[in-house]
Design a protein around this ligand. Structure first.
Ligand code: BES
Ligand code: MN
Ligand code: ZN
Length: 488
C-alpha cells in the first residue's frame, strides 16, 4: 500500500505527476493554479458536481505535470464520506494516468479538524487502490503509485494532519485485510486458514491467541459450532484474540460470523448465486481486520475478538431439520432450517463472551437475506439490548461511512421463535427475518450487546468510489471507530 505523506506547499510549487484540487459546485478555483482551471470552468466542461473530474495539462506556471480538478459537490453538503470518495477518485486517476507521484490539496471539513480530514482522505486514497487479483495469471494491472501526498494550506497543523493520515492508513490496512480474507475463495479461506491469519495478527501486535479445534469445541460444549461444522472435511475452529492494553478495565468483545462457505446444509440453497456464499465469513474477516488496526494503533483498551469459523455443508454427518442442539449456554435450539446456521455459531460465541464480563459486545454477521430486503446495500441492520450502545454503534457507523440503521427487537419477535420441542427455534419464518435472527441472538447476550446484520453491505456486485466488486471490508472501520471512541 502506498504511504500517505503530508506537506505544506503552495499549489504551484508542488512538484508531482499530478496535483488534484477539489472544487465545490459553482465556486471559483483556489489560488495558486494560475489560470490552469479557468478554461475548464468557463467552458462549462466542469462545474464541481460530486464525482466530476477534469484533467488538465498546464503548459507553464506549475511544477506539477498534471492538474486534476475534482468535484466536491455543494459546499454545504460536503462531509467526511464525500472526502473519502474524492480521495479515492484522485488515487485511482493517478494510477490510470501514469502520474507516479500524486498530490491532493486537502479539503477542509467544517467543524472537524485537519486530523480527521487527513484521516478520511488517507482511508479513501488508500482503499481506492485496493485490488484482489492474486488468482489472475494473465495480464494484470500492475500499475502502482510511488507517493500520495496531502497538501496542507499554511494555517493547518502539520502534526495533527500527519497523525490523521497515519490513522487513516492503518484503518485502510485493516479494511483491506478484511477484504482479502473475504475475497479469498473457500478452498483457500478455510476455518484453519482464518485461524492462521489470526495467529499472525496476534504475533505482529503482541496479542494473546487461542485457537480451539473441533474436539476442543465439542469439549467446550459449543453445540452450535460443533454441529454446524460436523460434516465438513475442513474442520471448524474457534478463534480468540486478546488485545490487552487497558489494564484491568472490562473489555470490549467483537464477535464475527465466519462461515467460510454456506451451502445451506441439508436445507440446501438454490445453486444460482451460491458462489457468493464464500462471503459468509465477512463478519469474522471484519473483526480480524479491525484487530489488525487496533493492534497497529496500539489502542489503550482491552479488546477481545471471537470468531467462530466453519463451513456449512450437507453430508452423511450433517445436522438435519428437526434436530435439537444443546448450546454452550445450556439452552436448547430446535433446528427448522440448517440454513439458519449463523445464529447457531454466534450464540455459542456470545455465550463464551460472558467469561470476560464485557463492557460491551458487538457481533457482526452476514446473517439474513431479509436484512438485504429491508435496507438494501446502503446500511447494515443494527439491533441490540442497550439503547446507549446502539446509539454509540450507530455514531461509529456515521463516522466511518459504514452506516448502520436501527431495527427493533420487540418481544413479539422472541415469541415468534418459541420452540415446540426445544427452548427456541432457529427460524421464525419469513416475516421479520432479520429481527427473529436478532431475537435468537438476544437469548444468549446478558451484557450490553449490539448486533450488526451485514448481509447487504459486506460485499457488492460493482465497483464504487473506494470499494471494488466483491468484499467491502465492512464493518472493520466501524468497529475501529467504535473502539477509538471508547479510548477517548
Ligand atoms: N448467510 C445467509 C444469509 C445471507 C443470505 C447473506 C443472502 C447474504 C445474502 C444465512 O446463513 C442464511 O442462510 N439465512 C437464512 C435464514 C433463514 C433460513 C431463516 C435466510 O436469510 O434466508
Ligand atoms: Mn445459511
Ligand atoms: Zn450463512
Amino acid at each position: 500500500m502506498v504511504r500517505i505523506g503530508v506537506r505544506k506547499a503552495a499549489l504551484n510549487e508542488v512538484s508531482a505527476g499530478m496535483i488534484a484540487v477539489g472544487l465545490y459546485e459553482n465556486e471559483n478555483p483556489p489560488e495558486g493554479l494560475g489560470g490552469a482551471a479557468d478554461v475548464a470552468l468557463t467552458s462549462e466542461d466542469f462545474s464541481g458536481k460530486e464525482g466530476e473530474t477534469a484533467l488538465l495539462y498546464p503548459a507553464s506556471g506549475l511544477m506539477a505535470q498534471r492538474v486534476l480538478l475534482v468535484g466536491l459537490g455543494k459546499r454545504a453538503a460536503f462531509n467526511a464520506e464525500k472526502l473519502r470518495r474524492a480521495a479515492a477518485t484522485v488515487s485511482r486517476r493517478a494510477i490510470s494516468t501514469g502520474a507516479r507521484r500524486a498530490a491532493f490539496a486537502l479539503p477542509a471539513l467544517e467543524d472537524e479538524g485537519v486530523e480527521r480530514s487527513a484521516q478520511v482522505a488517507a482511508e479513501g486514497a488508500s482503499l481506492g487502490l485496493y485490488r484482489f487479483d492474486r488468482y489472475k495469471t494473465g495480464e494484470k494491472d500492475e500499475r502502482e503509485i510511488e507517493s500520495f501526498d496531502l497538501i496542507l494550506d499554511e494555517n493547518s497543523d502539520e502534526e495533527s494532519a500527519t497523525a490523521g493520515a497515519q490513522k487513516g492508513e492503518k484503518l485502510a490496512v485493516g479494511a483491506a485485510l478484511a477484504r482479502d480474507l473475504a475475497n479469498e475463495p473457500s478452498n483457500t479461506a478455510t476455518p484453519a486458514y482464518l485461524a492462521e491469519r489470526a495467529r499472525e495478527i496476534a504475533e505482529h501486535h503482541g496479542m494473546g491467541c487461542t485457537i480451539l479445534d473441533r474436539s476442543q469445541i465439542e469439549a467446550e460444549g459449543m453445540g452450535g459450532l460443533a454441529t454446524v461444522g460436523r460434516s465438513s472435511a475442513n474442520e471448524q475452529r474457534f478463534i480468540v484474540l486478546e488485545h490487552r492494553k487497558g489494564g484491568d478495565s472490562a473489555p470490549i468483545v467483537l464477535v464475527g460470523k465466519a462461515v467460510t462457505f454456506d451451502s445451506g446444509g441439508i436445507s440446501i440453497k438454490p445453486s444460482s448465486g451460491m458462489e457468493e456464499m464464500k462471503f459468509d465469513m465477512s463478519g469474522g474477516a471484519a473483526v480480524l481486520g479491525a484487530m489488525e488496526t487496533i493492534g497497529s494503533l496500539d489502542l489503550p483498551l482491552n479488546v477481545i475478538a471471537l470468531v467462530p469459523a466453519t463451513e456449512n455443508l450437507p453430508g452423511g454427518a450433517a445436522f438435519k431439520p428437526g434436530d435439537v442442539l444443546r448450546m454452550h449456554s445450556g439452552k436448547t435450539a430446535e433446528i427448522i432450517s440448517t440454513d439458519a446456521e449463523g445464529r447457531l455459531i454466534l450464540a455459542d460465541a456470545l455465550s463464551y463472551a460472558r467469561r470476560y464480563d464485557p463492557a460491551a459486545v458487538i457481533d457482526c454477521a452476514t446473517l439474513t437475506g431479509a436484512c438485504v430486503v429491508a435496507l438494501g446495500h446502503h446500511a447494515s441492520g443494527l439491533m441490540g439490548n442497550d439503547e446507549d450502545l446502539i446509539s454509540e454503534v450507530r455514531a461509529a457507523g456515521e463516522r466511518s461511512g459504514e452506516r448502520a440503521w436501527p431495527l427493533p427487537l420487540f418481544e413479539e419477535y422472541t415469541e415468534q421463535i418459541r420452540g415446540d420441542y426445544g427452548d427456541i427455534k432457529n427460524s421464525g419464518g419469513r416475516p421479520g427475518g432479520a429481527l427473529t435472527a436478532g431475537a435468537f441472538l438476544k437469548e444468549f447476550a446478558d451484557y450490553p450487546w449490539a448486533h450488526l446484520d451485514i448481509a447487504g453491505t459486506a460485499w457488492g456486485d460493482k465497483d464504487n468510489a473506494y470499494t471494488t466488486k466483491g468484499a467491502t471490508g465492512t464493518p472493520a472501520r466501524l468497529l475501529v471507530e467504535f473502539v477509538m471512541g471508547r479510548a477517548r
